[in-house]
Design a protein around this ligand. Sequence first.
Ligand code: RIB
Ligand code: CA
Length: 315
Amino acid sequence: MSPRPLIVDCDPGQDDAVALLLAFAAREEFDILGITAVAGNVPLALTESNARRIRDLVGRPEVPVYAGCPRPMVRKPVTAERIHGATGLDGAGLPEPVHPVGQAHAVDFLVETLLAAPEPVTLATLGPLTNVALAIVKNPAILANLREVVTMGGAAGAGNVTASAEFNIFADPHAAHVVFEAGAPLIMIGLDVTHQAIATPPRLEAIRALGTAPAAAVCGMLDVYSAKTMAAYCHGAPLHDPCVIAYLLQPDLFAGREMRVDIDIGSGPCFGRTVCDWRGRSGKPANARVLESINADGFFALLTDHLARLPAGSA
Ligand code: RIB
Ligand code: CA
């Protein structure tokens, strides 16, 4: 199998960083065309430099990183330093990035790359959907060359920022509305799945035992992230974003259903909710495959195996 062309849109963020490492480790499976950063967990200046820190950690300067939108389309910006720390990568212990950010705006990179790609491109989204939505608005022709969009976001059940909304959607619901209405093949990986992918101490120790620089960075981040998520809302560190890359590598770890998903962009307590109509009550055609379960042990085995493939560096 030739490697699939892949673009990763992200807001690093510790779990984004682990997802990027997983993608970088899968050299036979992915041809990473580029990484696009968006404002989300922390402001854009940090998300883009954090993406470059991870790129430096694995020695892949040939993969371009582009800075995208510094704020959501309509609503006022929200961030998540309470979870990811002021740097967005607290615990990673990584130096300032060495290799520069790409000169193009991420939205322009997305449009030009998707229009020019000789074969359909997979888009993995790990943060708010602002860059992706604006690329679709700027040139809808890109939709014809999207193999699929696999997005970490939303929840059929409760949110993690409000009772109704998950952070990536809540941070830019209008962008999510554009993407969910666009008609691209869409796989939604929400909290219902990612809260099953908990980095428990035994799972973390298996990664730490690799004894490499990437493993040390992962465990340093997840040690901090675990403490904050458990204090905030969860019984451990849910590895939200790595689930997106794991789905692309081993989809049989997951199960889900096609259904209609609407984004609540009205005012009130459900603002930013992904309304997952799994009973088909709306009568509207399905616009997403919503994943509902994961084989968590298989996921962590995949993650640990791939992290072991990365350059050891100096731990
Ligand atoms: O709700 C979890 C999502 O929001 C993850 O992508 C995390 O990195 C934050 O962006
Ligand atoms: Ca993220």
